[in-house]
Each structure stands twice: as structure tokens, then as C-alpha cells.
Ligand binder design. Structure first.
Ligand SMILES: CC(C)(COP(=O)(O)OP(=O)(O)OC[C@H]1O[C@@H](n2cnc3c(N)ncnc32)[C@H](O)[C@@H]1OP(=O)(O)O)[C@@H](O)C(=O)NCCC(=O)NCCS
Length: 154
């Protein structure tokens, strides 16, 4: 688990002018490009460029950790872990997320996220996460997991 960022990298709140860099990161990772509010994002800037982003979306009595992306050239150096830990610290409500595939689920398990059922979601997230659950049922090769942050991970 990284305790610091690589030299030349800083973590900061996103600014309005970062929205295009955020959109580019999210689209390139084929994640949901809707509901991207720059004011809910944190970004990592390395050598003057935004190379990673992550968002805490606000819902009534819950927050969704989403849009977590590290640009391919910077992956595997701890940026995704650093950002995830920071977003967990920043959260003020119970945190939930959706992720595709077991490798990502393992990644989030490291920080204290556990898989939960759709029924365990707060009402405000049931509709949003329900869409991908229906897709998972219709197309079993799409395995979308729902997770909740329960405790402090590694
Ligand atoms: C998932 C992601 C944010 C991790 O960022 P990162 O900076 O590479 O992560 P770290 O260096 O902190 O940690 C590395 C871990 O990330 C995970 N990881 C790396 N690439 C991954 C990928 N393509 N898919 C899933 N998990 C991945 C692995 O668990 C890896 O651990 P390992 O080195 O023991 O194999 C990054 O791979 C990414 O942007 N993926 C595409 C977008 C995405 O799927 N986002 C999550 C949406 S729920």
C-alpha cells in the first residue's frame, strides 16, 4: 500500500478546468461518462498533467465511489490505491461502489470493501445500481459486483 505518491505527483481537488481531462480518462476506460461533476472529483496531477481521477457521488444517506481511473502509462505505481484510500477518508456517508469483474473486486477488498447484495443497498442507490444488476442477469458474462466499505483495509 503506497504511503506517498511518486515524485512530481500531487493529489488535489478537481477544478472546473479539469472536466475535459476527467471526461477523457473516464471515456478511455469505458466507464459511465454521465454524472461527472468536477466538484465531486479528486485528481492526481503528475508532471503537470492530470493522470488519475476518482469521484465521490452524493446520494441521500450514501456516497458512491466511482469514475476511478489511472491513465495506462501510470498504472501499477500505487496511484489508484492512494486515491481510493483518500476518497474513503473524505467520505461523510456510507460508501458503495459497483465494479466489473473479480480482479477489480479484489482490488477494492484490500481497502475494506465487501460484496453485498442489491437488497442491502440504501433506497437511493437501488435504482441506479439496479440497471447493471438486470444486465448481469440477462448477460451472465457481465459480472457486476456491488460492494460496501465496511472497515479499514490494508
Ligand atoms: C483499477 C485502477 C484504477 C488501478 O490503478 P493503479 O494505479 O494501477 O493501481 P495500484 O498501482 O494502486 O494498484 C495495482 C492494483 O490494481 C489492480 N489493477 C491493475 N490493473 C487493473 C485492471 N486493468 N483491472 C483491474 N484491476 C487492476 C490490481 O489489483 C493491482 O494489483 P497487483 O499489482 O497486485 O496486481 C486502474 O487499473 C484503472 O484505471 N483501470 C481502468 C478503469 C477501471 O476499471 N476503474 C475501476 C472502476 S470500478
Amino acid at each position: 500500500m503506497p504511503i506517498s505518491l511518486p515524485p512530481g505527483c500531487i493529489l488535489r481537488r478537481a477544478l472546473a478546468g479539469d472536466i475535459w481531462a476527467i471526461r477523457k480518462l473516464v471515456l478511455s476506460a469505458k466507464l459511465d461518462p454521465t454524472q461527472l461533476r468536477w466538484s465531486q472529483f479528486w485528481v492526481i496531477e503528475c508532471e503537470g498533467r492530470v493522470v488519475a481521477c476518482g469521484q465521490l457521488r452524493n446520494f441521500p444517506e450514501a456516497q458512491e465511489l466511482g469514475s476511478l481511473v489511472v491513465t495506462p502509462a501510470w498504472r501499477g505505481r500505487g496511484l489508484g490505491s492512494y486515491l481510493t484510500k483518500h476518497l474513503i477518508q473524505e467520505a461523510t456517508q456510507p460508501i458503495y461502489l459497483e465494479c466489473l469483474g473479480s480482479r477489480l473486486a479484489e482490488f477494492y477488498t484490500r481497502f475494506g470493501f465487501v460484496p453485498i447484495s442489491w437488497q442491502e443497498l440504501p433506497q437511493s442507490l437501488k435504482w441506479k445500481f439496479g440497471v447493471s444488476q438486470v444486465a448481469s442477469k440477462v448477460l451472465p458474462m457481465i459480472s457486476v459486483k456491488i460492494m460496501q466499505y465496511r472497515e479499514s483495509g490494508a
